[in-house]
Design a binder for this molecule. Structure first.
Ligand code: ACO
Length: 431
């Protein structure tokens, strides 16, 4: 009798039977390699484009149950963190595995705050961009350039050195993002103010003009802090997987994080909130919503941006929290005129068979763009805001990958479907 925690596979090509161990709901893909038809057979592989059913790592950071709409960081429900924590405290939790005690939090906050300043040379990097360069392109390039200032950062297995780079990156991404914005609008760069909290300091560097002291509205600071918490990690998504893949070659964390940010930039990932605003603007009024829904259902390749998720097939718990935050922000800024269109879209889509059948619900991006727009962030800045929050998650996942003895340089296999060997054809013989 085979053991109960195994999978018995019969290869009908050979009639041979194999017992493959099952551990934590998975089999090891490498265990399939022994299944061969003969000595010159490479062995069986799995074919899994887009990693739809492949666990690439074992992780203790973020838990998601997509069917139940659960998101937890290190076991703490996202709803509790959004209500009771701050972004910096949550970042500590993601990175170190436990909530900090008071002195740990004070030290952590101090270290992040006192690393927000940028080397002046990076301003030259930013100045080299054209005035209308996309802030995400500037963010990616500047993070990469930042790494060149710290050549010691390649010592990724030196804990003290690694912690220093983690602090630098979390601290400096707000300065890089804000400087990128000010370059875009032609305003002088505003320097960090160490009296302010992390989100308040970011708003200070974004919007300070001639006042001696910039004091952001506490409700907006709180909203931004919650948004950063909600975006801080989301297990093995496209950009986090990129962080791990690039990091697996033992690249320095700045290069890996720049690559992760590049992955985030795509409209199917972190670029979606920008696309939501474009879509709502294009729809233009509540009356046009049914016609737009018809277009989406018509199979013309039009998607309802901000809807659907690879993992959440019930609801995205972040979307619920964000909707609440949106109303708090609108109390300060006035209602975003696109809100009514968004609410009507949501109402119709949640009742419509097309969306219900495909289990498409609002995701984190459906309302976040409306909040950012109300807070006067230009649309181009939306993915940058996402990248700021996700920086702590990327770094936590990167660090976990480095410490994991199961991990090696990332290198998937392929199923080759090209031509078999043939002789080079001279130019005069080509058709
Ligand atoms: N609008 C209309 N139809 C959709 C949408 C949508 N937003 N999303 C999925 N569908 C449909 C697909 O056309 C497909 O229909 P079919 O079965 O008739 O072919 C079905 O639902 C399944 O869609 P897939 O693309 O296979 O689902 P997948 O899990 O690969 O995609 C994704 C997830 C990329 C998020 C998708 O839902 C999408 O493109 N949404 C819009 C973009 C978006 O909001 N992205 C942000 C995601 S959250 C984040 O990254 C933070």
């Amino acid at each position: 009798m085979p053991q109960s925690d195994t999978l018995t596979i019969t290869d009908n090509r050979t009639g041979k039977t194999y017992d493959i161990p099952i551990s934590q709901g998975t089999i090891k893909a490498i265990d399939l390699r022994q299944i061969k038809t003969g000595d010159d057979d490479f062995g069986l592989m799995t074919y899994d484009p887009a990693f739809m059913n492949t666990a690439s790592c074992r992780s203790a950071i973020t838990f998601i149950d997509g069917d139940k709409g659960i998101l937890e960081y290190r076991g703490y429900p996202i709803e509790q963190l959004a209500e009771k924590s701050t972004y910096l405290e949550t970042a500590y939790l993601l990175l170190f595995g436990e909530l900090p005690n008071e002195s740990q939090l004070n030290e952590w906050t101090h270290n992040i705050t006192y690393h927000t300043i940028l080397n002046e040379k990076l301003k030259v990097v930013l100045d080299a961009f054209r005035y209308n360069a996309h802030p995400m392109g500037k963010f990616i390039s500047t993070v990469s350039a930042l790494g060149t200032l710290y050549p010691e950062s390649k010592n990724i297995f030196d804990n003290e050195c690694r912690q220093k780079q983690i602090q630098r990156l979390i601290a400096k991404v707000i300065t890089i993002a804000a400087f990128g914005y000010r370059h875009m609008v032609g305003m002088p760069y505003a320097y960090p103010d160490n009296d302010l909290s992390y989100p308040a300091n970011f708003l200070n560097m974004m919007y300070k003009t001639t006042e001696t002291k910039y004091v952001p509205d506490p409700k907006l600071v709180h909203a931004l802090d919650v948004l950063l918490i909600l975006h801080a990690d989301h297990e093995q998504n496209c950009s986090t997987s990129t962080m791990r893949v690039v990091g697996s070659s033992h690249a320095d964390p700045y290069s890996a994080l720049a690559a992760a940010a590049a992955a985030l930039y795509g409209p199917l990932h972190g670029g979606a909130n920008e696309e939501v605003i474009r879509m709502l603007t294009e729809i233009g009024s509540v009356q046009n919503v049914p016609a737009f829904i018809k277009k989406v259902k018509g199979g013309e390749g039009v998607r309802l941006m901000g809807f659907g998720h690879r993992v959440y097939k019930n609801y995205d718990p972040r979307a619920k929290i964000i909707k609440q935050v949106a109303y708090e922000v609108f109390e300060v800024t006035g209602k975003n005129p696109l809100l009514d269109i968004a609410l009507e879209l949501e109402r119709i889509a949640l009742e419509d068979e097309y969306f219900v059948k495909r289990r498409l619900y609002p995701n984190v991006d459906f309302y976040s763009g409306l909040i950012y727009q109300a807070m006067k962030f230009p649309m181009d800045m939306f993915p940058v805001l996402f990248a700021i929050g996700r920086t702590s998650g990327w770094l936590a996942q990167w660090q976990e990958m480095l410490m994991d003895p199961d991990q090696k340089i990332s290198r998937p296999r392929q199923v080759f479907i090209g031509p078999s060997r043939r002789e080079f054809v001279p130019m005069e013989e080509r058709k």
